[in-house]
Design a protein around this ligand. Structure first.
Ligand SMILES: Nc1nc2c(c(=O)[nH]1)N[C@@H](CN(C=O)c1ccc(C(=O)N[C@@H](CCC(=O)O)C(=O)O)cc1)CN2
Length: 296
């Protein structure tokens, strides 16, 4: 039976640490500012944005959500981003993904100043990550949150065989760079990886990270005994329940450590977003923060 990785509890502790950082910043006269842009009325995005607002306000981060209807022109968003880039009370900017189809998401990501790119999606920040550059730059919050979870559980990646399924800019690609930088041997699988190759690679994996949006893609029969299994998938079923990309019932008896859905990786995304916001604010205002949770 695997040990459950309690993402909710780790995220709670991380948020408490961010609250302390925000107190330190406020003593220096700084309130971290986060601007979230939401375009359209995707119900899941509504939940995530509301949760971001609530968590930010509890942690002492000044969050504003800017809502646009689904038909909003790309130029309107670009103009708002330019305004937020120039606003010194805003340290961190993100556009909630997904955006409606007529909007070029890459253009939006590139319009956000790399210094305020709290999602770490700007090519300049991704480039730094892939080049394993030193110094501070924002890193996508879900993979960074996963690194924090692994460190919290004492899972070291150096010398390990890590298999990541899904190559999105939100999770798979930055996760690949982070795991490589941590000296793991990393395979990045995707929708065109043949089933038999995925199974073979999974059978040898010490750490498995799945972010595909395909419910139950990985089963216990795919896993090596004792593997650490990180499930990033959040799939809403017809009965309203949430399930991951890993078939939990069959995987849990085989894995050594496993994240549940819900209550695993999801809560870490928002806690890490607040962490990154506080770090950007500290950087912008020349305040030094304690390094307690800065595992990466
Ligand atoms: N600009 C961005 N867009 C999106 C990101 C992102 O990091 N930046 N990530 C996801 C959505 N997301 C945050 O934005 C997010 C997803 C899930 C959770 C979460 O806590 N999930 C809960 C379940 C909640 C529910 O749906 O009922 C869990 O897993 O326990 C938080 C944040 C895509 N877009």
């Amino acid at each position: 039976m695997a040990k459950l990785i309690d993402g909710k509890a780790i995220a709670k502790a991380l948020r408490a640490s961010v609250t302390e950082q925000a107190t330190r910043l406020s003593e220096a006269g700084v309130v971290p500012g986060l601007a979230v842009i939401l375009v359209g009325d995707d119900p899941a995005s509504e939940i995530y944005v509301r949760n971001k607002e609530r968590a930010a306000s509890k942690a002492g981060v000044n969050a504003q959500t800017i809502r646009y209807d689904a038909e909003t022109a790309e130029e309107t968003l670009l103009a708002k981003i330019a305004e937020l880039n120039a606003d010194t009370s805003v340290d961190a900017i993100l556009v909630q993904s997904p955006v409606p189809g007529h909007i070029d998401e890459h253009k939006i990501q590139e319009a956000i100043s790399p210094a305020k790119d709290v999602d770490g999606f700007h090519p300049e920040n991704i480039g730094r990550l892939y080049a394993n550059r030193e110094g501070y730059y924002p890193i996508a919050n879900t993979p960074r949150g996963i690194m924090t979870m692994l460190a919290h559980e004492g899972v070291k990646l150096a010398g390990k065989n890590v298999v990541i399924i899904g190559r999105s800019i939100l999770v798979g690609r930055p996760m690949f760079a982070l795991a490589q930088a941590a000296d793991a041997t990393v395979s990045l699988l995707h929708r065109y990886t043949p089933d038999n190759l995925r199974h073979e690679l999974l059978q040898q994996a010490d750490v498995v990270i799945v972010a595909t949006g395909v419910a139950g893609l990985v089963t216990g029969a795919d896993l090596k005994a004792g593997a650490t299994v990180i499930d990033v998938g959040i799939n809403r079923m017809a009965d309203g329940s949430l399930v991951g990309d890993v078939d939990f019932a069959s995987a849990e008896p085989v894995a050594g450590l496993i994240t549940p859905v819900p209550g695993g990786v999801g809560p870490m995304t928002i806690a890490t977003l607040l962490q990154t916001t506080a770090e950007l604010a500290a950087l912008h205002h020349g305040v030094t923060l304690e390094a307690g949770w800065q595992t990466i």
